[in-house]
Design a protein around this ligand. Structure first.
Ligand code: NAD
Length: 356
């Protein structure tokens, strides 16, 4: 089904509000997930609502918890999410780091103990909106691993995302690199599994470490594993994300002594830089424009697939989905309706609003 963006925002806001969030938090969570759908990242969109509601009902996340500043070392800051919603914790931490970087020129900060922070690109965008460059390393704890190390045969990592935001040039749009270090997000494997489709080769291995195209290897015991992008390089970056994000803020890595209670805890290590402290901004804007034009000027090997830059596929997706509506597969929609029922809403009333 296709749901209009505005309708989806208001339906999902109502579900989070009924789940106990104050109005501003409910709207923030809804916007964050709907934006992920608009940008084409359905794995981090409204399909996460059932998980968030399950976790708030079981005490794996707590509504209405602001982030706290656990250590203030000037240009070094450590924030604690207090097991509140990750979008709120990471957004509040990023806002404080940006404000501090206006004074100091650079801030390195760590966030620990936050629930799922979702699409990490949102925090890169917050840096971009302030005119700042930002770099983000993320790990995931509190649940079992999903991704095998290069040359390994079972899961030892999560999908450890990495993100870099770079403000716009003089004529070009901002650059936003926002990616998991696995070749494919777990949500995309779930979609293939729900639809009974085979995966492309190279994305998963079975429980004996053998290559597979069957998504069910990730949904049975013993479980298989996802592979890292770019073989050894993706694995190496995932390990760096684990140690920077899970280590420097004190939240812990996914190694087995860190408790796994079945929730999702994201830790993030970020660096926020005011580029105006380093170079002339007019020059930098022209340099970014020239570099993007140079990269995009490479003749497409396949004329149907022109060279793009990071952030561009998401802008194209958002344009189409704002116009046509957000596609939601029947399994995901059914799970969202179940979540609505769990928080005391009438799914039929929501269905009618979605169809209007
Ligand atoms: P992806 O593979 O679709 O895209 C990754 C990046 O590649 C994006 O920056 C995109 O702009 C860029 N890109 C895509 N095609 C391009 C092209 N042709 N040329 C140039 N650049 C191109 O994304 P993904 O790895 O599936 O990640 C999806 C989302 O999942 C991200 O928002 C990520 O933050 C999120 N995520 C979150 C968690 C978490 O624990 N919170 C974990 C994993 C992933």
């Amino acid at each position: 089904m296709l749901v209009r963006e505005a309708t989806l925002r208001s339906l999902i806001t109502d579900i989070f509000a009924a789940g106990g969030s104050e109005a501003a938090e409910a709207a923030m969570l809804s916007d964050h997930l709907v934006d992920a759908n608009l940008y084409g990242h359905d794995s981090h969109g409204v399909g996460m609502v059932p998980t968030y509601i399950k976790h708030v009902k079981s005490g794996r996340v707590f509504a209405n918890r602001p982030v706290t500043l656990a250590h203030d070392g000037g240009a070094l800051m450590v924030f604690d999410g207090g097991l509140g919603y990750g979008r709120r914790a990471a957004g509040e931490a990023m806002a404080q780091a940006v404000a501090r970087a206006r004074e100091t020129g650079v801030v390195a900060f760590a966030l620990r103990n936050a629930h799922h922070i979702g699409r990490v690109g949102r925090y890169g965008e917050m840096g971009i909106e302030a005119g700042f460059v930002s770099i983000h390393f993320v790990n995931v704890a509190d649940h079992g691993p999903l991704v095998a190390p290069h040359r390994g045969s079972d899961a030892r990592f999560s999908t450890n995302p990495f993100c870099v935001g770079i403000p716009a040039g003089r004529t070009t749009k901002p650059l936003l690199l926002d990616m998991a270090t696995s070749k494919v997000a777990m949500g995309k494997v779930r979609v293939a599994y729900n639809e009974g489709k085979a995966l492309a080769p190279g994305l998963v291995m079975d429980d004996r470490g053998q290559p597979s195209t069957d998504p069910s290897v990730m949904f049975r015991e013993p479980m298989g594993a996802l592979t890292t992008f770019a073989e050894h390089k993706g694995y190496a970056l995932a390990l760096v994300c684990e140690i920077l994000a899970g280590g420097l803020g004190g939240g812990g890595t996914i190694q087995p002594a860190t408790p796994r209670k079945g929730g999702i805890i994201n830790s993030m290590f970020s660096v926020v830089i005011d580029p105006a402290r380093l170079v002339d901004m007019d020059w930098l804007g022209r340099e970014i424009d020239a570099m993007i034009a140079y990269a995009k000027g490479s003749p497409a090997a396949d004329p149907a697939l022109p060279v793009l830059v990071p952030g561009e596929p998401e802008r194209l997706s958002a344009e189409a989905r704002r116009r046509d509506g957000v596609p939601i597969d029947p399994t995901t929609w059914g799970e969202i309706m179940d979540a609505a029922r769990r928080v005391g809403l009438d799914p039929q009333a929501l269905e009618r609003r979605a169809a209007a």
